[in-house]
Each structure stands twice: as C-alpha cells, then as structure tokens.
Design a protein around this ligand. Sequence first.
Ligand SMILES: [Zn+2]
Length: 741
Amino acid sequence: MLVALMLSLGCPPHKNDPATGSLLAKGRIEVVEKPNTELKNDFYIGNRPPLLPSPLIKLPIGAIEPHGWVRRQLELQADGFHGNLTEISRFLIKEKNAWLSPTGEGSHGWEEPVYWLKGFSNCGYILRNRRMIDESKIWIEAALKSQKEDGWFGPDKGRKGAATRLQGREDLWPNMIMLFCLQNYHESTSDKRVIELMTNYMKYLTTVPEERFLVGYWPKMRGGDLLYSVYWLYNRTGDEFLLDLAKKVHRRTAEWEKDVINWHNVNMSQGFGQPATFYMQSKDPNHLWAAERNWRKIRDMYGQFPGGMFGGDENCRPGFTDPRQAVETCGMVEMMLSHEILLTITGDARWADRCEDVTFNSLPAAFTPDLKALHYLTSPNMILCDRHTKSPGLQNGGPMLLFNPHIHRCCQHNTGHGWPYYAEHLWMATPGNGLAAVLYAPSKVTAKVGDGTKITITEKTTYPFDEKIRLTIKTPKPVRFPLYLRVPAWCENPGLSINGVASSIKAAPRSYFMIDRKWADGDTVDLNLAMKISLTQWTKNNNSVSVNRGPLTYSLKIGEKYVRAGGTEKWPAWEIHPTTAWNYGLILNESDLASSFRVVRKAWPADNQPFEAEAAPIELHAKAKKIPQWQKDNLGLVGLLQPSPAKSDEPTETVTLVPMGCARLRISSFPTIGTGPDAFQWNTPAKPAESLPASSYGLQKNKFNSVKFDPVQTTSLRLEAQLQPDFSAGILEWRIETNER
Ligand SMILES: [Zn+2]
C-alpha cells in the first residue's frame, strides 16, 4: 500500500504524455472523490475532534469577492425590495420591536425580522455596503444586549407568531435564525461577544427540561438549524457540554433519520439533511445515508420535473405532481443552504450539482429581474402570474403568483439569504492547507494556503452560460498547496490546462481534479467544462422531457407582458401575462439529439443581469408543434400534462428556448410530438362550471347573508371570498340549504 502511494507520488500517471509530464515536474494531478481528511487545515476552522474531520471548510465572510453576474444579483438585492425592506415591511418597524427591546418585550418578535437580517446583513458584509452594515449593527447590538442572567436572549415574554401557539421561550425557532445572523457577524468582525452570548445561551438550553425542549411544530421540524449552531460554537470553543447538548437537540428534533417526516415544503428543504449534520458526531453511516435517501424520496415522489425542487405549494399533496405544482421561494433558499451545508460535511460533489440546479434554474425566476418584487410560488410550467388565487390547483390560496414586494411575508423576509450564502460557498478551504473551487462563478478568493502565504485566485468566467473558466493565481512568493476543482456530474470530458499546457488526465464526472504543486505568481489554470445537450425524460410525468445543456435547463421563451397590479409607485406589484403561445410539444430526433437543437449565443447583457428572458446570453432553437388541446384551466393554471408522444396536426414551427432561470413564464417540462401509431390524442379537459349565476351578495358584518342560486346538481361546492387589498376578513360560518326533495 505504502509502496503504491510512493510510486504515484513519484511518477506521472501518464508516462507517455509529455504535456502531463512537464505539468507534473512541479507536482501532481490526481482525480479524487473528495479532499483527503487525514490532512489538516492550519488556518480555517473545520470540525474539532471528536467530530468527523471536514473535507471542505467554509471560508469566513469577506474571503470571497463575487464578481460579474453573481455580484450583480447581490447589488440588485441591495437596491431591491430586500435591501430596503425596513421601508416596506411592518415587521421591521423599529418602535416596540421585540427584537430591539432590551427586555425582550414588544411586538414582531417572531421569525420575520431575523429572517430578513440573515440575508440583509450577509449581503451588506459581502458588498461592504456601509448603509447595510450600519443597519444590521442596530439589530445585532440589540440581540447582544438582550441576554438575560440565565442565558436567554431575544424576545422573551409575549412572543407569539401567527403560525404558532407557542409563547415566549417555548418557541426556540426564531432564535435559531438569530444564531445564524450572529455567526455571520462574528465571521465578519471576530466580535468575541458572540461567542460569549452563544455559550451562555447554549448553557441555558441545557437547563430546559426535555419535555419542554424543541416543542411545537416549527422548532421540532427545524431543530437541525440549532444543531448546526451548536457545532459551529463547539468548533470554536471546544466546550464539552456542547456535545451533550447536540445529542439532546438531535433527540428532540423530528426524526428525519427515519423518513421524510413532514411534507411542508420549507420544513422538507430545511430538515431533510439534519441527520447528516448529526452524523459528524454519531459517525453512524445511517445518519449520513438518511440525507441522501430523504432527498431522493422527495424528488422521486414530488420532484419529477426540472429545477432541482419539488411540488410543495405549501405542502406536498398526493396526486399533485404535475410540473405546474410550485414551491415556495423560502423552500428554494433553504434547499440551497442545505446543499451548501451538506457539501461541507461530506465533500461530495453531488451536493454542489444539486445546489447549482436550484440556484440557476429555480431561484432567479422567483424575483422580477430587477429584484424589486418577488412571488411566493414558482413552478417549472407556469404560464400566467396574476393576482388571482390558483387554489385548489395550487394548495395555498390568494395572490401567490403575483410579483409583489409588500406581501408573501415569510418569503419576503427570508429569501434574501439565497444569493449571499451561495456567494460565500463558491470557494472553500481544504485539508492540506488547500483551496477548492466548488461552485463555479466569477469571483476572487483571498485565503491562506500552504505555509501560510496569503494568495488570491481570480476566477474569470460567465459560467453557467459558458463552459470556459480561467483561474489566475496571485502570490507574493511561490507556494505549494493543493487546488481542487470540482467536476460536475453532467460533464463527461472536462479539459484542464495549466499555464497553457493541456493535461491528458481524465476525470470521472462528479469528482475533483486535485492539482498539488508549487504555484507561482501569474500561474493560470484553464478548465473547460464541456457542455452538451441532454434530455431528461420524466416517465412518472407522462413521459414529458426537459432539455439541459450543462447545469442549465431550458424553457420555452414566452412573451412576457408586465401589468401593474397595485403596490406603491416606488415598490410596484406586477402581474405577468403571456403574449405568445405556450402549448408546444417538441419534435426530437432522439437518435441524434444535438441535431434537434441549434445553440445560439447572444451578446452578454450590458447590465450584467442574464436572468431575464430578453437578455438571455444563450438560446436554443428547436422544432415544435402546437397541441391545441393543451389549454389553461379555469384558474389560469397551465393544463395538466397528458401522455407523450402527443399527436398534433399543426404545422412545424421553430421555437426559442432560454435558460429556465431567465423565464418567469415558462414551459420546462415539454410533451414530445409523435407521428407513429403510439402517439396519443390529447383531450381538452372539461371545464368545471365557473361561478354560478346568483342573486346579489349581502355584505352585513357578523350576520348571515343569504344568496340564492338557480338550482344545480353537484356533489361539491367551493366558497371563495376575494378581499380588497389591505382588508382582512374571514368567513365565520356557512350553511347550505338545498331544495332537494
Ligand atoms: Zn416563504
């Protein structure tokens, strides 16, 4: 064993390749599954024993400077609704805010302010935006000053969330979010008060009796967030009591290690990986496997369409699995963060692939391209975003598809952490004092490597819209360290060259190139992640297909007309209506897929925002036919898919596909067109009766108002009340009198 290792160190793996030979003169290139955890990192805080060693280590905030299109997302967020939410959201009014009160009394002491702070402060730290850093400081300082004698901090008496019956200290959920805010603040400033506060709070948690610990729906489902914070603190202080507390947190958290324990989309996205976090301590492979098993089960049952998410338009519901089912924007950002955490825990590149899938294909479409408005629900097939309810087609009723910065409460506050955490995980430190490029995007990383030399690597690329990535190393003196480059699962033949000399080493998909050599100032690495067109066939969704090229999935480009729908002059709300047809099936030559599509490159958008249908820097042109029977339903939702291949007598047309993340209106799961005897004739679904003709509706408060209808025969009735903006009301009781004899 030892001999083999010595040989591989001493000899190039491809002796006959002069290029590889010269590359290896100064070191070696290997293909590995993940960084070697037998080595240590002397500069960044990974897991402390007895926790399992970290294959990848998150760099402190500030080490990574996002550039290009990623930076643009953060700048747009800073100028958009999220960066200005203090002037939009009533939950952030400072007067009487329980999060700002030294006694912990007041209103709005639940999740909204801390949800907002988590993304807002991170965005400010990354952009070094003084306004945002100063505003964040107000909330951070208040939290630091709120700690009680016994270790509790934050809102105390009277905490009450709309979605919880828990009072005050019973509800540990909002504090979990503030712990993330405090960690980010500490990473950015090294303020020791954070360690003190967290230690005292964790000691308080050890005193909470087991039967009152992590009680209630949200705390129980989301205990994994608390577990993460316990380990974060343990890795910095080594306080042994934290390991016992971690066991208690795991014991009292919903049993995600047994199954997908809950079908609320945000709980799932946040909780599915919890057992893998505990695996760092338990070392039980079942805990590690549980995260993978949960993810697969979720995708298998409710994620049979592209975009990396699943249909949970509040909760997943049996039978609601068509690609028109949507997911909450909160679900997307929590899924991204779960993937980022799982990537650091396991080093397994599959979590990076999955993170990019959600980040590139799902998240951008949840916001208007200027990031000045968001909506609550986004789905892969979405043909109209208006103010009208889509319930019961989508579970959550109300204007959930309307792009409106004034509503959508949890998402409105929470979704600001998506882009900042993504930007903070582009690069990671590795054992052996190295660096890893794990998520590719234009950026610059500054970190200590090798013997402690501080180096900078600039990453130039327009990935994921292009396949070329160039890294340039800047170092004050030559320094030896391992540089890891992730090879995505979709990339069969990545090209690698160092200082212009190509390597012949072949990397398996879903692995890392590990280049261990003495790096000199100005050294360059070129990575070519060859992207080819592939199809995913969704056999469980009527054999529909989605079209991928590299990490991007492509959607039909549908003309988008923005229609003003309320809001304020400064922060308007928008409906988006289709101006072109969307009911197409693709004509594919499956024996030569590439011939079915033409890749068309377009100019890079001048404003650096590629996630817009008209600005997409790359398009695919394809042949398609309309399927006239495919229509929108009475709610304005895209009709359910019927089996493919579908029959169509319509003329062949050329259609344009754009990256899914660029399309607010989109068809991402397509029927295919067939001509043979196996092609299916689609039906036009029978329209349910729209509203019934009736006498006028009464409007008396707290009294029965009767309405008379012409007689109908039906087995069910649905009552739908539509309120004017900013009014709230409820139906107290309803009775149906029938004249059935
Ligand atoms: Zn939400």
